[in-house]
Every structure is written in C-alpha cells, then in structure tokens.
Ligand binder design. Structure first.
Ligand code: ZN
Length: 189
C-alpha cells in the first residue's frame, strides 16, 4: 500500500487511484470516479529492469503490454497482448503499433506514423512524448480505427506509457493497453 502523498505525474489528487499495472490502490477516495496511476513499486520496478528481466516482469502484469521505441515499434510483448490480439509474438515484434492493432492508417504509403491522421494519434503521441520527456502518461483514452476481417471498426482503450532505460542512454517505452474494445455502433454511414 502506498502513501497518499506519493503521487506520480499523471495522478489526480483527491480521486481514488488504482495502479494501472498491478491493481493496488495508490490513493483512497470515493469509488467513483476511479482514476488509474502507477504505484511507486511498479514504477521503480519498471525503471530498474534490464531487457531480460523486463520480459519476466511484463509477463507478470495482468494487462496487455508492448515495449516500444519512439516510433512505436515493438521490442517486446506479453501474453496478455498476444491473447488480446490473437497473434503470436512473431507477428507483433519489430512491427509498429498501427500494424499490430491493424489500424487503417497503417495501410497507406510509409505505414504507421506516416499518414496525416497519425498526427492526431493519441497512442503515438503519448509514446513519443514519454520517450522524449520521460513523463509518464497514465490511463489516457485512445481511439483507433481498425480493420478486422475486411470490416472497419472503431475501438477505444486506455493507454499508459512509462519510459525505461534498459541500457545507459537507450530508452524504451512500456505501453499498457487497458479495456481495448469496440466502440458502440453509431449508425451506418
Ligand atoms: Zn503497481
């Protein structure tokens, strides 16, 4: 259990806050609304991982995880991600987030990150910002339009990004994707 005053960037004071990584309560408060953060234990665990133990660490987390570079290219995934996307790790590793999630904007020339729509991509922007500033983004709503079996579907999820430094001077971003699901239909077009 963590103290009430130990809020990390991205935490909101006064609201019940649960660690998005391990599910522990970080800060007490009313049950609604509930916010997510990252507890100090998970944060320091993340920061202190080298690449080998990082794999074990993310496998132990009960949330889909991708470890990515500043171009959202995956270096590591965990079982939760693989079962969420029904993909094997070899279909995930060394690919960019847009390809991994079948985002429609990754189908254009240059792929994920190169379309005009990618400028407004919450997932990509959060990863890039955390990579360059070191400031985590916790529980940010993100939407992706994905193509699934030749059908377009709008999806929503809550993403968190934390920067790690597995080797001196080399950064990666640990990206968690919670509550990934299809958005309710808003009528046909
Ligand atoms: Zn935690």
């Amino acid at each position: 259990m963590e103290g009430d005053s130990d809020l990390l960037p991205g935490d909101k004071p006064g609201i019940k806050t649960i660690c998005a990584w391990c599910g522990q309560t970080i800060q007490g408060g009313d049950d609604h609304p509930i916010s997510h953060g990252i507890c100090h234990s998970c944060f320091s665990d993340l920061l202190s991982q080298d690449s080998i133990s990082l794999k074990e660490f993310v496998e132990g987390l009960d949330v889909p995880i991708l470890v990515v570079d500043d171009d959202v290219r995956a270096a590591l995934s965990n079982n939760k991600t693989e079962s969420l996307l029904q993909k094997e790790s070899r279909e995930i590793l060394d690919r960019k987030g847009g390809e991994i999630f079948a985002c429609v904007n990754s189908h254009g020339p240059g792929g994920c990150g190169e379309s005009i729509h990618c400028l407004g991509c919450t997932l990509r922007n959060s990863v890039e910002d955390t990579y360059s500033t070191g400031i985590p983004h916790i529980d940010v709503p993100a939407t992706l339009r994905v193509e699934h079996k030749a059908e377009l579907k709008d999806t929503v999820s809550r993403i968190s990004t934390v920067r790690i430094e597995p080797e001196p001077g080399r950064y990666q971003v640990v990206l968690s994707v919670r509550d990934f699901h299809e958005q309710e239909e808003k009528g046909d077009s």
